[in-house]
Design a protein. Structure first.
Length: 253
């Protein structure tokens, strides 16, 4: 992340993440999520990973924007060769302290990664895009460090989610600045293609608001996941965020 495009917006988020890393000790607080929100996001990713990338053991993977290391530790548990970066030094230190000793660490901006071209077989970038003015620079930089055919997992906040859209509308009505950046899956797919990815898939991540949190297990159930997959407009309107899985162009299989 950087502040080139909109110093106010991106720099405010950089400062927030520095503060989160300095004052919080739980994974969710360090990363800026609620505990329930982080848990729901992690469960969805882990479920999708088991169905797609579980055979990637031994490959080199990057966790870009690692936060407290929730996903870093998951990747390490898959017997991957893991490197993790975050632009918040306090966050990176706390992630390192709670992660396996063989993980490599760096304090780095996702738009200027300190790695050679084609260094990784796969990359995760979670909880980052909503704090950037646009996804293009980060997606291009992640593509640069991925080998042809390498896998990228990335998430974004869904701008068409009805509760989120209403919240942002209220902020504008009150004259408040934008708090987060939201994406549309269609535009995000176009950004992935432009950055050098192909064969991407979008997966919905429904997260219930706090008053309806007891229903979270229902929206995560296999029948509901099937409904959202078969009726994309429903997923679009109800999912707080989405995951994208894409391959760096040049894959041979």
């Amino acid at each position: 992340m950087n502040a080139r495009h909109n110093p106010g917006f991106e720099e405010r988020w950089r400062q927030r993440f520095e503060r989160y890393g300095a004052v919080n000790d739980d994974d969710a607080g360090i990363a800026g999520w609620s505990p329930a929100g982080l848990a729901a996001r992690f469960r969805r990713f882990a479920q999708l990973w088991r169905a797609t990338d579980a055979a990637a053991a031994g490959h080199a993977w990057l966790d870009a924007g690692c936060g407290a290391g929730t996903y870093t530790r998951f990747l390490a548990a898959q017997l991957l060769d893991v490197t993790a970066v975050d632009y918040s030094a306090p966050t990176t230190r706390k992630a390192r302290d709670r992660s396996p000793p063989d993980v490599r660490w760096a304090v780095a901006d996702v738009t200027r990664l300190p790695f050679h071209d084609a260094s990784f077989d796969g990359a995760l970038c979670f909880g980052v895009m909503q704090a950037l003015e646009s996804p293009q620079a980060a997606l291009r930089e992640l593509r640069r460090v991925l080998r042809p055919g390498g896998v990228l997992w990335v998430d974004a906040l869904n701008g068409a989610c009805v509760p989120s859209a209403l919240s942002e509308f209220r902020r504008r009505r009150r004259g408040q600045p934008r708090h987060l950046r939201y994406d549309s899956p269609r535009a995000f797919g176009a950004a992935l293609r432009a950055a050098g990815y192909d064969r991407f898939e979008i997966f919905w991540v429904p997260i219930m608001p706090a008053p309806l949190r007891p229903l979270q297990s229902v929206v995560e159930s296999a029948p509901l996941r099937g409904v959202l997959r078969l009726v994309p407009p429903l997923g679009l309107m109800t999912s707080h965020s989405f995951l994208a899985r894409a391959r760096a162009s040049g894959a041979t299989a």
